[in-house]
Design a protein around this ligand. Structure first.
Ligand code: GLU
Length: 491
């Protein structure tokens, strides 16, 4: 039997980086086992629905290269569904849930509950006061059929709850967590159908995973305690349970759950900052999993070939931004400058360095600048803090030391010789940058540090920086001459 895995997010806003990792593991396992990867939208909690969230989820996944075979897609700006097991949006499956809840009601595995919110609050409060975990007190569990019918006929609001047996060990095996046993006395008589007629997550997920032929249900470990309820449902229906796999939580360096308050957690935050999808995916795969040889740089194809759940760690994976930056820098360096420049444009406009119009007219120049700077970038939007050396016709010294280097006696002559060489060419090209230091050395006698440092400081105002040849090419003849001439008047 071929494997079928699903990612089943709720459209409540954005795609959390932990969710992206779940989707990635689903995808890697499915692709590595000749299986199918499905995207289902779990929107049964209508109060948490956020407009545009489905589109955001799908565009984040698509950007990351985690593309599903079946389920919900966006085509020409519209939500469409593809596959034999649809609909893949839970709010469109209400009739299906109705049919299955009736089976449970008929078998006595579910019951109507008419308790009001006020009563439930009271019960909970009392339990809390007695130091007990708040749970439904099963008030309606043994109501007679007649009374149930009378109340329904009278238009009373109700929910439908799961019958949880008394004191029964519920056991299952998780490839990551091992064997787990939870006693049913810790399990609440879970609401399966809410008063608005919608199923709860717990009910819908079981019906859908079963009907969609899911073989592996992969999710964050925060769902571990809901598994006994779901296992009971599988048993009541006589369905075969998929392999449940609970992934360790993605933690920050303080070993706390990665949360929005501490910074970036949405996939789109990383995209906007200028993390490359292949870098984020590569790094995320390693948060809680490692390949056999502990290799750190892996392409999607390598991840597919290497990934398995048996090497997922039991405990939380630490999200280490420094390591992500290291990996991202590696992929930025490997990418061509044009691709990085395209990613950089929105940040350049946002920082007010250029207008949108200018970025279009001078895109080729942005590519040259990017080519000079990209090896220094942890993420692409950082480019704006390195770009200042490319603007303006006068040089501002970053440090007193840089200024002192230029103010050395021999430098004026050196810069004048440089200006003369520049005057003689049409524009700066690679050939020129390769030869210029040799020429200046011959003409002025300056060499080594006394040659390179003054030129760098005179042109950029900085002692350290990107490759000098690339800087000169990006600056061009005119700007370089203007800067040097202005500077020479000050020496
Ligand atoms: N809808 C759940 C979520 O938002 C999915 C949990 C599961 O995969 O069972 O995370």
């Amino acid at each position: 039997m071929s494997v079928r895995l699903r990612f089943a997010p709720s459209p409540t806003g954005y795609l959390h980086i932990g969710g992206l990792r779940t989707a990635l593991y689903d995808f890697l396992y499915a692709k590595g086992h000749d299986g199918k990867y499905i995207l289902r939208i779990e929107d049964t909690d209508q109060t948490r629905y956020v407009e545009g969230a489905v589109e955001n989820l799908i565009s984040s996944l698509t950007w990351a290269g985690i593309v599903h075979d079946e389920g919900v897609f966006i085509e020409n700006g519209k939500i469409v569904q593809k596959g034999e097991f649809g609909p893949y949006i839970q709010s469109e499956r209400l009739d299906i849930y109705k049919k299955y809840i009736q089976i449970l009601l008929d078998k006595g595995y579910a019951y109507y509950c008419f308790c009001t919110k006020e009563r439930l609050d009271e019960v909970r409060e009392k339990q809390r006061a007695e130091g007990k975990t708040p749970m439904y007190d099963r008030h309606c569990r043994n109501m007679s059929k007649e009374e149930v019918q009378n109340r329904i006929d009278a238009g009373q609001e109700y929910v439908i709850r799961l019958v949880v047996p008394d004191n029964k060990d519920i056991t299952w095996t998780d490839p990551v967590k091992g064997q787990i046993t939870i006693n049913s006395s810790e399990v609440d008589d879970q609401v399966l159908i809410k008063s608005d007629g919608f199923p709860t997550y717990h009910f819908a997920v079981v019906i859908d995973d079963h009907l969609m032929g899911i073989t592996h249900a992969v999710r964050g470990e925060e769902w571990l305690t809901s598994t006994p309820k779901q296992k009971l449902l599988y048993d009541y229906f006589g369905f075969e349970m998929p392999q449940f796999i609970h992934l360790p939580t993605v933690l920050n360096k303080d070993r706390k759950k990665l949360s929005k308050r501490q910074g970036d957690v949405a996939t789109s935050d990383f995209k906007d900052k200028g993390y490359l999808p292949e870098a984020l995916v590569n790094y995320l795969a390693l948060v809680g999993w490692s390949p056999k040889d502990n290799k750190e740089l892996l392409s999607m194809d390598e991840l597919i070939a290497e990934f398995d759940f048996d090497r997922v760690s039991k405990t939380g994976g630490i999200f280490d931004v420094d390591k992500l930056n290291f990996i991202n820098n590696h992929y930025i360096k490997e990418s061509d400058a044009k691709r990085i420049a395209e990613i950089a444009v929105p940040s350049i406009v946002k920082a007010g360095l250029m207008t949108e119009e200018q970025t279009k007219d001078r895109f080729d120049w942005i590519v040259l600048v990017t080519d000079a700077l990209k090896e220094r970038l942890n993420y692409v939007s950082e480019i704006v803090s390195h770009m200042n050396i490319f603007f303006g016709d006068t040089v501002t010294f970053e440090t007193d030391e840089a200024e002192a280097i230029v103010k050395q006696e021999h430098v004026k002559g050196l810069l004048e010789a440089f200006i003369a060489e520049l005057d003689a060419i049409d524009d700066i090209d690679e050939e020129f940058t390769k030869n210029i230091f040799n020429i200046l050395k011959k003409k002025t006698g300056a060499k080594g540090k006394n040659l390179f440092m003054p030129v760098r400081c005179a042109v950029t105002g900085q002692q350290h920086g990107p490759d000098m040849g690339k800087i000169l090419i990006a600056l061009g003849k005119e700007k370089t001459i203007n800067r040097l001439k202005e500077l020479v008047t000050r020496l």
